[in-house]
Design a protein around this ligand. Sequence first.
Ligand code: HEM
Length: 502
Amino acid sequence: MHPLGLLPLLQSWAPEHAAVKLAIAIPSVVLLLLLHTLARSDKEHQVVPTLPLTSIGTVWPFFKNRFDFLRSGFLVTRQSVFQFNLLQNTVIAVSGELCRKDFFVCKGLDINEGFKVLSGAIPMLPGITSDLQARRIALIHKRLATVQNSDRLSNVIRYIVRDADKTLHSWGESGSIDPFSHIPAVLFQTTVRSLACHEIADDPLVVARLRNLYDRLDKSTTPASVLLPWLPSPSMLTKLYASKKVYDIVNGAIRARMTSGESRDDTLQMLLDHGDDKLVIVGFIMGLLVAGARSTGTTASWMITFIAGHPEWRRKTAEEVRTLLSDHSPEGEDCNSTVADKMTAIPLEAWENHTPVMDQIIREVLRLAQPHTAMRRNMGPETYVNGTRIPSGAYVVYPFGDVHLNPELYPDPWAFKPDRPERKLPFEYVGWGGGKTVCMGQRLAKLQLKIITALMVSTLDFKLVDRTGRLPDPLPQPNWNDALTCKPPSGSSYLQFVRASP
Ligand code: HEM
């Protein structure tokens, strides 16, 4: 019908042969355009399979077995995208290369809103930390960048070395420790030193209390306290209590500094000197302390566990540290100076640019022992992730295992191989995030990880043992269902150490 009417129309203003060609060409182009539009709208309205579970039935597996839950969702639906309901929330899980790219760059997807509801493991005090608006969060991020400028990081090296050395000495001259509890304690101490203030960091009892409160916060982060924060469940009350106690400690330190009028070289002073309002200062210390200490603590525990279980990497690391120490030993050095004293002389530039072995190890540990699921909420209008419609207000999650345990990108993915070829393409490695969300604490985190590892390999002889004192067989493997620490079953491996003779 359409071409028949078109020919006479064309003949009225074009030569005969051209009119015939046009009469064929135009409908073809129109048809192609139509098909293209249909294909697009079909793609845009791609039906996302929904898991056959009730909105209550998803709660437990999402919070307690997230890795298995999401993996089996992709297997069952045989799709790279599926959705489920978590109580009243719609959550869309995405996987694969194309989804990953869109997920990390999509403008409307917001990390803070995603974590607030789906993770909730951050202290929340109504009116204090729960009410941090985007403007305050942006300011906190700006201050975090200041904390990590080269001058400040250079200054904090000696404190980190001394704190770490002191804590390692508190373990005694020899013994066995659980790396997943003792090593995070070292990182907690150095994180308090770097992100809070000297008054708290200098008092081991207050540091221990704070750490204990943060552990309680982790334990009280149950599905009920996250999804129904208004419900006065026991976990919610514990969470509120622990948050309030953390607040009291931080607030007490701020008040003491302000009334003393003393000025000190720490992060609290920097925040006060900027004249930031109290919500920003409290939000900075309470939020970043826990976020920073948790991730660095977990990473350091696994770094040492892997190094202890792979003697060739322990040897390479020790060699690298020996070279660093000898390259930077001061002239006319006091022969009584300890390894820790010598380490304080290594400049920031060397820690950052002359540690290729530790860089490889950190990279591999973050691939293998970071069971993170990136969570976002679409705070903008509806958007698309690789053609899948994400309604406004919906949550989207991307499990890191999709890329980091992918055997096509990382052959034999569960093996610890720091010298595997580096994946150079964007989003083939997201250990520090990607796109518009990259870790804002990575400079400080890497520095702490390297100093603690350097100190351990140069002052302790250590090896990994099981209950019988032998090298565990198989070696411990990160538990990806434990999103916070991914530690192996308790009691399956220990670090046996003897203080090395100076
Ligand atoms: C080994 C330690 C650490 C690891 C492995 C790590 C990893 C990450 C990753 C993967 C992300 C992106 C998350 C996502 O896309 O969902 C991220 C974001 C972030 N990290 Fe870290 N992190 C570490 C330590 C720290 C420390 C010490 C701080 C602060 C002092 C910090 C502050 C942040 C912040 C503020 C963001 C959010 C960035 C944004 O909103 O755009 N991280 N981190």
